[in-house]
Design a binder for this molecule. Structure first.
Ligand SMILES: C[S@@+](CC[C@H](N)C(=O)[O-])C[C@H]1O[C@@H](n2cnc3c(N)ncnc32)[C@H](O)[C@@H]1O
Length: 219
């Protein structure tokens, strides 16, 4: 029997001491997300949580996005699937503890399943796709070194998923280090019109355009 840890804020004293692991309570999560309410309800807005724990923020973000998708597309399964895939694929997380990463992926997948049941959608291929996307978006890594926290020290690599013509997806992989190069440490400067150079991250891998249900076949 597994223990439901979704409402637990502290798992053990050691984990607090070693990794500062204190999860945020639901009320605070919602209050903070309300500060950027519009973005949490924009289906394709991208969120990255660099110390995501077991997913308290990411689960609520996905819930808000899927609420929107369901409100609009509940009666149109194909459209629901397309937008639900976009909602999941725009949510990213990193955590230094492997069990947190697994729990976070599992919670997001279970939430997706709850919504599928709500609209009576049963599609195993879709569920496999979602599970595959989560395995690429919720990653085990050290958000300070931007590498895996083991001897191998592989760079953290995120997949960017872009929907093209409805059901097709273009995947491009980037290192987290490269993506962060565009973020100056002294404050965000995303849309400056001061003539500074535009920053285009360089993908480390590109994949052919493919139907969302076939994403995992490209691996
Ligand atoms: C304070 S908890 C917050 C978890 C989650 N964001 C929440 O609010 O519920 C901090 C999390 O950061 C993770 N962590 C600590 N150091 C990290 C690092 N260098 N890189 C990635 N994650 C880290 C811990 O494992 C823990 O899950």
């Amino acid at each position: 029997m597994s223990i439901d840890t979704t409402n637990i804020q502290v798992k053990s004293k050691n984990r607090v001491a070693d990794h500062g692991e204190v999860f945020t309570a639901e009320r605070e999560v919602n209050a903070m997300l309300d500060l950027v309410k519009q973005e949490t309800e924009r289906v394709n807005s991208r969120f990255l949580e660099p110390a995501c724990g077991n997913g308290n923020f990411l689960v609520k973000i996905l819930e808000r996005k899927l609420d929107v998708v369901t409100r609009i597309y509940a009666k149109s399964p194909i459209e629901w699937e397309r937008y639900a895939v976009i909602a999941v694929s725009s949510i990213y997380g990193v955590d230094i503890l492997k069990d947190n990463v697994e729990e976070c992926r599992e919670r997001l997948l279970n939430l997706f399943d709850v919504f599928c049941k709500k609209i009576k959608l049963s599609n195993n291929e879709l569920k496999e796709t979602i599970s595959f996307i989560l395995s690429k978006n919720i990653l085990w890594g050290d958000a300070l070194t931007l590498k895996t926290p083991d001897d191998k020290a592989f760079p953290i690599v995120f997949a960017e998923w872009s929907a093209v013509n409805g059901s097709m997806i273009k995947r491009m992989d980037y290192t987290m280090a490269n993506l962060l190069e565009s973020q100056p440490l002294d404050g965000l400067n995303l849309f400056s019109d001061l003539g500074d150079q535009a920053f285009l991250p360089k993908p480390v891998k590109e994949f052919p355009l493919v139907h969302y249900l076939k994403l995992k076949d490209m691996e």
